[in-house]
Design a protein around this ligand. Structure first.
Ligand SMILES: C[S@@+](CC[C@H](N)C(=O)[O-])C[C@H]1O[C@@H](n2cnc3c(N)ncnc32)[C@H](O)[C@@H]1O
Length: 248
């Protein structure tokens, strides 16, 4: 019997920090490729200054990258201890200043309209009902501010080809961690229902399977071609994540 997912279960996420999470934008690995893809997408939309927060920040790498694009005050929030440690280490490595906070995405400890940018990566798909999380993210975003989320749905993709059977039969990414199979249009509706506008949802991430030897070198080598597939019907079928932008 798979363990039932409990949404308060920070322990399911907690683990040692991985080397791949340590901030080093010069490393040509898949994580930096993906982070650069997200930054390219966000660059034209970023407010010129203000406060930016990543909810479910993990190692906070995307937040730190955005802090290099604009002079933001950085806030990383997560409810798992590994993440708070990883963010602090990454601020140090990036020579960045910022807050690393324990907190729960279901009840964000900030007043309404506090942030110019509110983002999450790989968070929303881990809730059976993501609406309360989206409502919280929308609440703390100031009117006109930028919302960004990337979502890794439980669907077949080239990159996660090795997991295709698990996708069909098991909704747990790993013990204690649920992974939702909501479609693009369901996400679009949820994000609109949270009171956000100008919702743009792009399928992305048509990359060689991670089980293929040399997949990272291949991804970097053919990176500009692979990025051109983002937002196309090929990515709807074979991509492994969605990038969502919206405004309040
Ligand atoms: C898949 S990781 C993503 C980390 C990072 N954003 C990234 O893109 O690499 C999801 C993160 O969300 C955090 N998380 C899950 N549920 C949460 C909650 N209710 N409140 C705060 N953080 C949560 C986990 O602890 C984990 O660090």
């Amino acid at each position: 019997m798979p363990t039932r997912y409990r949404e308060g279960d920070a322990a399911a996420w907690n683990r040692p920090i991985r080397d791949s999470e340590l901030f080093d934008p010069t490393r040509r690995d898949i994580f930096n490729f993906i982070d650069e893809t997200k930054v390219k997408r966000l660059r034209p939309l970023l407010p010129p200054a203000g406060k930016a927060i990543e909810i479910g920040a993990g190692s906070g790498r995307l937040l730190i990258r955005l802090g290099r694009e604009r002079p933001y005050r950085l806030f990383a929030l997560d409810y798992a201890p590994y993440a708070v440690r990883a963010v602090r280490e990454n601020y140090r490595r990036a020579n960045a200043e910022g807050y690393a906070l324990f907190g729960d995405a279901r009840a964000l400890p900030f007043p309404a309209d506090s942030f110019d940018v509110v983002l999450s990566g790989g968070l929303l798909e881990h809730f059976r009902d993501p609406a309360p999380i989206l409502a919280e993210m929308a609440r703390i975003l100031r009117p006109g501010g930028l919302f960004y989320a990337d979502i890794v749905p439980r669907k077949v993709s080239l990159y996660r080809w090795a997991e295709r059977e698990r996708m069909a039969r098991d909704e747990n990414l790993s013990e204690g961690i649920y992974e939702s199979d909501l479609t693009r249009s369901a996400w679009r509706d949820l994000i609109r229902d949270a009171g956000l506008r100008d919702v743009r949802l792009v399928s992305a991430g048509v990359y060689p399977p991670y089980t293929l030897r040399g997949h990272e070198a291949l991804t970097w080598r053919y990176g500009s071609f692979l990025r051109k597939l983002d937002g196309t019907p090929v990515a709807d079928v074979l991509g492994f994540f969605f990038m969502v932008t919206a405004r309040k």
